[in-house]
Design a protein around this ligand. Structure first.
Ligand code: ADP
Ligand code: MG
Length: 256
């Protein structure tokens, strides 16, 4: 077992003529908290969407937990295209929190959180509900279980989104600009919850964000993406205080 829980090896991703990821090498260690920053269109969301198997790849290899995402190893060691069962097993390792929450509008908060654990993990309704209560407590929404998403503020919706992702007990949590659809006064409550999760030693976190101060606080490592490649990476201290690339400096001076 290697230390890396996520590994991109020369990954190529294209949409038609557009090459979005161009031989991307990228890895994340078990338990590591990594932030991805970079200009719009640089491929940040695509990296997360590939990990969730919402997008395929045109070249290279992605492994999660040392197993290839899109292939599986046959008994004789050869690789074959992943079966639906393999994809399901791999997806279960990851949870994702989306910019626009993606809650089920016709389900209560509690049902949003318990639906997948019951259907996919096979938990009993009672087990799922108990875990749901713990998670709502964790995100500060214990009293909102019976509400519907439409009755919640954006900050509350996103906290439900986080609880829902955690309900599947992923070992990796992906965040795609979780606060950028929120009114400024609601950003703090969501960052507080993410910050709390960052203290969990075992949880691996990959966070795409424009919240530079927050990225600096919680990350072990920050990667600056530019045109489908990591242009520069380092500790928050290195990257934010003393970036070595001109392109990183330009980006930071525009957003800070
Ligand atoms: P970021 O999250 O860094 O803003 P994305 O990963 O969303 O960037 O997108 C990278 C590039 O790929 C952009 O130019 C975007 O327009 C393009 N792209 C993303 N998804 C699709 C798609 N489904 N079809 C065509 N082009 C896409
Ligand atoms: Mg994006």
């Amino acid at each position: 077992m290697t230390q890396d829980i996520i590994h991109f090896d020369k990954v190529v991703k294209r949409f038609g003529d557009l090459t979005v990821l161009n031989n991307l090498d990228f890895s994340v260690k078990r338990g590591e908290k990594v932030s991805i920053i970079g200009p719009s269109g640089s491929g940040k969301s695509t990296v997360l969407r590939i990990l969730m198997t919402l997008e395929g790849i045109e070249g290279g290899k992605v492994t999660v937990d040392d197993e290839p995402l899109w292939h599986e190893q046959a008994a004789d060691g050869t690789l074959k295209a992943a079966s639906e069962a393999h994809l399901r097993k791999m997806r279960a390792k990851l949870g994702m929190v989306f910019q626009h929450f993606n809650l089920f509008p016709h389900m209560s908060v509690m049902r949003n959180i318990t639906e997948a654990p019951v259907k996919v993990l096979g938990l009993s309704k009672a087990e799922a509900r108990q875990r749901g209560e713990e998670l709502l407590d964790l995100v500060g929404l214990a009293d909102q279980a019976q509400k519907y998403p439409g009755q919640l503020s954006g900050g509350q919706k996103q906290r439900v989104g986080i609880a829902r992702a955690l309900a599947m007990r992923p070992s990796i949590l992906l965040f795609d600009e979780p606060t950028s659809a929120l009114d400024p006064e609601l950003v703090g409550e969501v960052l507080n919850v993410i910050g709390k999760l960052a203290d969990e030693h075992d949880l691996t976190m990959l966070l795409v964000t424009h919240e530079m101060r927050f990225a600096r606080e919680i990350s072990d490592r920050v990667c600056f993406f530019d045109r489908g490649k990591i242009r520069e990476e380092g500790t928050p201290e290195e990257l934010f205080t003393d970036p070595s690339e001109e392109r990183t400096r330009e980006f930071l001076s525009a957003v800070l």
